[in-house]
Design a protein around this ligand. Structure first.
Ligand SMILES: *Cc1c(COP(=O)(O)O)cnc(C)c1O
Length: 459
């Protein structure tokens, strides 16, 4: 087979800035050893997130000019509504400025004290929005998904038996909805199988619970189903996506992922009463229902992006570029979540730095070193992001995994950029015995990873 190439050519470029090791050392200290606090201009290759970092196509940029900025009933809204509905099949399509705004509206209405919301793995904003209402966000990931070294096709799957047990334990009336995140971002970008989605739906039906998708990477998930699940090899990605959504009663989505735009999101749902409540809240917090906190041009770009993202040449290149980085660093003996996920490579920091315990944030240590070594920005997904404190003892309760995510922006970097990243990771791995643990010296009460400040231990 020939090399899988970028299925586009470059029309407009953006220079990236080189810095020296000494400069980066200084920058890192200034940022409190938190890459979220580094200026983007000081980053050479930015793998902090794949969110809102996509390169838009010429047609999307054309859409930006075509955008209808009418306050109510904008033409761009109807194009957006059609594009979303073509995929989700839902009656009510509500634009929001980001995924978390859709989550906030949904959980403000359905959450609250005494409620429980199960998911394969909640993403951090989803968890935060649920917990903010006093409800509890619970992860019911299948066992293979918890073991980075196990290779399996659908490590994002929900544990069906655990879900049913959970519903019986907590009582269906305390569970306003069940969620599935596709692909499972916090669990390594791993896909969920159609069979699993169908089985979750069966359980939901049995207890009369609505099923919602956190659908940020629905196209990547659909492509994995096409490649890995029996019976789907000859279906189009669009058909597969439509089948996925056919099992759901609704979805929240950040358009900053698989809609290939820099801002946007939506809520898609079928329940008329719930939709009315959502729209009422939308008007208070986001905007009128035909723009929901976005400009008409943004809606246009989302509509176009949703058409482009199900293109199979694009998805083949997308999934292959991530896998390519994963294979390169695996070959060097670096532990990652296997197999590579859709949008990112997740380094297993526990195995990379076995001598640094979770309470000294091994992931943060790798993140800092990747920046120092090559100006590569990544993000810790471990005890910094998800660690909690025991209320009685004040001790850190670490999450099951300590990870470093190298997220790949869509259509942004070329193969040589990725080769460079692999070289940087390998260089850091060679130095792993010199790496230090970190302590937190400043933190916020919620979503602390965005603003926390750190200090290397023993410095
Ligand atoms: C990004 C993301 C969100 C939140 O979307 P924003 O647009 O960043 O608010 C929710 N869930 C998952 C799985 C995500 O990846």
């Amino acid at each position: 087979m020939k090399t899988i190439i970028e299925p586009f050519r470059i029309k407009s470029i953006e220079p990236i800035r080189f810095t020296t090791y000494e400069e980066r050392k200084h920058i890192l200290i200034e940022a409190g050893y938190n890459p979220f606090l580094i200026r983007a201009d000081d980053v050479l290759i930015d793998l902090l997130t794949d969110s809102g970092t996509s390169a838009m196509s010429a047609k999307q940029w054309a859409g930006i000019m075509e955008g209808d900025e009418s306050y109510a009933g904008s033409r761009s809204f109807f194009r957006f509504e059609n594009a979303v509905r073509k995929i989700t099949g839902d009656k009510f399509i509500i634009p929001t400025h980001q995924g978390r705004a859709a989550e906030k509206i949904l959980f403000f209405i359905l959450g609250g004290e005494g409620k429980f919301i199960p998911n394969n793995t909640h993403f951090d904003t989803t968890r935060a929005n649920i917990e903010f209402t006093g409800a509890e966000a619970v992860d019911l990931l299948n066992e293979t998904g918890k073991h980075p070294e196990i290779r399996a096709d659908f490590k994002g799957n929900m544990d069906i038996a655990a879900l049913e047990k959970f519903i019986l334990d907590k009582k269906p009336e305390n569970i306003p909805l069940v969620m599935i995140t596709i692909t499972n971002n916090s669990g390594g970008g791993q896909p969920v199988s159609m069979q699993n989605i169908r089985e979750v739906k069966e359980v939901c039906k049995k207890y009369n619970l609505p099923l919602f998708l956190d659908a940020c990477r629905f196209a990547e998930n659909a492509y994995f189903i096409k490649r890995r699940e029996k019976g789907y090899e000859n279906k189009s990605v669009l058909e597969i996506a439509q089948e996925i959504f056919s099992y759901a009663d609704g979805a929240t989505m950040s358009a900053k992922k698989d809609a290939l735009v820099n801002i946007g999101g939506f809520l898609s749902l079928n329940d008329e009463k719930l939709a009315a409540k959502c729209r009422n809240l939308l008007i208070v917090t986001e905007g009128f229902p035909t723009y929901g906190g976005l400009a008409g041009r943004d809606l246009e770009a989302v509509a176009q992006g949703l058409e482009e993202v199900v293109d199979e040449h694009y998805l083949q290149y997308r999934i292959r570029s991530t896998e390519y980085l994963g294979e390169k660093i695996l070959e060097a003996g670096i532990p990652i979540i296997e197999p590579p996920g859709g949008h990112a490579i997740y380094i297993d920091a526990k195995r990379f730095l076995p001598n640094i315990p979770p309470r000294e944030y091994p992931g943060q240590s790798i993140v800092c070193e990747l920046y120092l070594e090559g100006g590569v920005r990544s993000v810790e997904i471990g005890s910094v992001m998800f660690g909690k404190y025991d209320k009685a003892t004040g001790k850190l309760i670490p999450p099951p995994m300590e990870l470093v995510r190298l997220a790949i922006p869509r259509r942004v970097y070329t193969q040589s950029h990725i080769d460079f990243v692999a070289e940087v990771v390998i260089e850091v791995f060679k130095k792993r015995n010199e790496l230090k643990g970190y302590e937190i010296i400043e933190e916020a009460p919620a979503l602390r990873h965005f603003t926390a400040k750190f200090k290397p231990i023993g410095n």
